[in-house]
Unconditional design. Structure first.
Lengths: 439, 165
């Protein structure tokens, strides 16, 4: 038995007697067309009476998670031929082939009196008629049922798709209310699927563009608490916030963490000129990274922490530039028709996501870090502010509708441009910032 | 005193006739301005008079922060009044319409506010009385999504607060 995680949730891989195959089931991608993989998740078995509701909930959440990726399609249980009674009973592959299932997830859920929740699960490749990898076991608290489900989904996703996990992650965003000219804004945090929403600030000041640290513990944002925009640092756990003292008499905004969470980059306005600064949080020592008489803003680090990408209007309108954090001459990477802003470096390091304005529309796009292979993933009246899933596979952004009652909501899209979908939230929401997978 | 404001009033009428985009006129601004000292609207030294009669804002073209002739004339009048009423500290607030990304519009708002501040200083208003701030696209005065509203949201507003300079 191998212990992979400790903490709230622990994952164990146990040695199964069943024949395991290690080659993952792969999604077929032919000429950019993805055929979602058809999977079946029979209701998870409850091994004790107390686990019944939880088992049902976990199986529902797992199915919803996988479906939300756009890479899977669920086979409704009404079509099932095989009626499974226990977790240990053998899988009748012909019954699952008959309903065109390609993958099957089976699981058993146990709870005990002290609030411990255990899920055992197996993944099967139906066409090959074998179990995919080892069976796995996750332990956690009955207080964190949805998280447990997301962890199961992440394991299934990783094994079948062969990419990193992202379901068990949280997103910081701005929750909005009130009329457009007197909008109230407050920071909030939620699970990747919009559940478990909690407010992090009150709504008595304008707040915008929160950025979560890579460990998910801190949030940088801009607030008008003093009447003037300032950078604040918020502790997610305690809700305590403090102003980040930036150098001199200028105004700092648009902050973002370095991957080490010890340094930040931000825009700094002084006498109408806006440049980019780097600052160490512990010492407050700062360095000016750009010194142009133009608007340099929206900086974002590369995942190795060595470079930043930012937008500047030095060429006459908003374009994207890359600059080493040691300084030097920024290198322009965007050359298409239109304006490019809010660049964000992908966690894999290979792509930059951005907001593009052209022909009166705003869309989210991606390009390689050398500016080639630009692709637009969305377009509407006003799409802006992309943020990457922890595995670099999905992008979330804000989409605002037009008109006096226009309001923002958060959308997600696969980096192929498929599977564009709104998050199901109760209130208008903007400026998502996607944190990493929870430990 | 009176004759100066008679001149202001005449200028006001001239400008108002020459261009409807002059940046005058009243209408409530979404921003919470500080009230001066509670004088009535007819008190020509009150912040209310400044806002409603002298004119407290200027407008900008799409993605621009330069002052056109209409804006400069409006700021000449603002500057005269501000010099005559030294008891106010001044915050120039820059705004943008919704057709831009959030950070860029915040930056653009700063530039608009800076343009106004520099102009007022050049016309003799003490820089020590002046501060700028930007709200980007966060505080529109008009909420429709057409140019008629956008043109009013691309603005810099001169907000007065009583205080020593």
């Amino acid at each position: 038995m191998r212990l992979i995680w400790c903490g709230l949730l622990t994952l164990c891989v146990w040695l199964d007697t069943a024949i395991a195959q290690n080659a993952p089931l792969r999604i077929k991608i032919t000429q950019g067309v993805i055929e979602p993989l058809k999977f079946a998740v029979p209701a998870f078995e409850a091994e004790n009476l107390g686990a019944k509701k939880i088992a049902a909930e976990i199986s529902r959440v797992v199915a919803a998670d996988l479906t939300s990726s756009g890479l899977f399609r669920e086979i409704p249980s009404s079509r099932f031929i095989a009626q499974r009674k226990t977790f240990e009973e053998p899988v009748r592959f012909p019954d699952w082939r008959a309903v065109n299932a390609q993958a099957l997830v089976t699981a058993a859920v146990t709870t005990n009196g002290s609030g411990k929740l255990t899920v055992k699960f197996r993944i099967f490749d139906i066409f090959s008629g074998v179990q995919l990898g080892q069976g796995m076991q996750l332990s956690g608290s009955t207080q964190a049922v949805r998280r447990m489900a997301h962890k199961v989904s992440d394991q299934v996703y990783e094994r079948i798709i062969g990419e990193g996990p992202y379901f068990d992650s949280r997103i910081v965003f701005v929750s909005e209310s009130g009329p457009k000219d007197k909008r109230l804004k407050r920071l909030a945090i939620m699970d990747f699927d919009g559940e478990n929403m909690q407010f992090l600030t009150g709504n008595d000041n304008i707040v915008l563009a929160p950025r979560i640290s890579s460990d998910g513990k801190k949030v940088l944002y801009t607030s008008w608490e003093t009447g003037f925009p300032q950078i604040y640092l918020l502790d997610v756990e305690t809700g305590r916030r403090k102003r980040v003292n930036t150098p001199g008499d200028g105004v700092a905004f648009s902050p973002r963490f370095a991957p080490d969470n010890k340094r930040i980059v931000f825009s700094y306005e002084r006498r109408g000129n806006i440049d980019i600064y780097l600052m160490e949080l512990s010492s407050l020592r700062s360095a000016r990274l750009t010194s142009s008489p133009f608007i340099d803003t929206a900086p974002s680090f590369s995942p190795d922490g060595r470079q930043i990408v930012f937008e500047s209007d030095r060429s006459g309108n908003q374009q994207l530039y890359i600059l080493p954090v040691t300084g030097g001459t920024p290198k322009r990477i965007s050359f298409g028709k239109g304006r490019y802003g809010t660049p964000v470096w992908s966690p894999r390091g290979d792509l930059i996501a951005f907001t593009k304005q052209s022909n009166g529309r705003f869309g989210i796009g991606v390009m390689r870090i050398d500016g080639t292979k630009e692709r637009l993933l969305s377009a509407s009246f006003l799409d802006e502010g992309p943020t990457w899933s922890p595995n670099g596979r999905v992008i979330m952004f804000s989409r605002q509708t037009r008109g006096p009652s226009g309001a923002p909501s958060i959308y997600s899209v696969d980096i192929t441009g498929r599977n564009l979908r709104p998050l199901n939230l109760r209130a208008p929401a903007s400026d998502p910032s996607w944190g990493s997978v929870l430990p | 005193m009176r004759s100066i404001y008679l001149n202001v009033a005449i200028l006001f009428i001239l400008v108002a006739c020459s261009d409807s985009e002059g940046g005058f006129g009243s209408g409530s601004l979404g921003t919470d301005g500080y009230q001066g000292s509670g004088f009535g609207q007819n008190d020509i030294t009150s912040s209310t008079f400044f806002k409603e009669n002298v004119g407290d804002h200027v407008l900008f073209k799409v993605d621009k922060y330069t002052l056109n002739e209409v804006a400069k004339t409006a700021l000449d009048i603002q500057a005269n009044w501000l010099i005559e009423n030294p008891g106010f500290v001044i915050i120039v607030e820059g705004h943008a319409d919704e057709r831009g990304t959030r950070e860029y519009n915040l930056a653009l708002g700063f530039r608009r506010a800076q343009s106004v501040q520099e102009y007022l200083v050049a016309r003799g208003v003490s820089g020590l009385r002046l501060k700028t701030r930007s709200y980007g696209k966060e505080r529109p005065v008009e909420i429709c999504s057409v140019e008629r509203c956008y043109s009013k949201n691309r603005r810099a507003v001169t907000i007065l607060a009583s205080g020593s300079s």
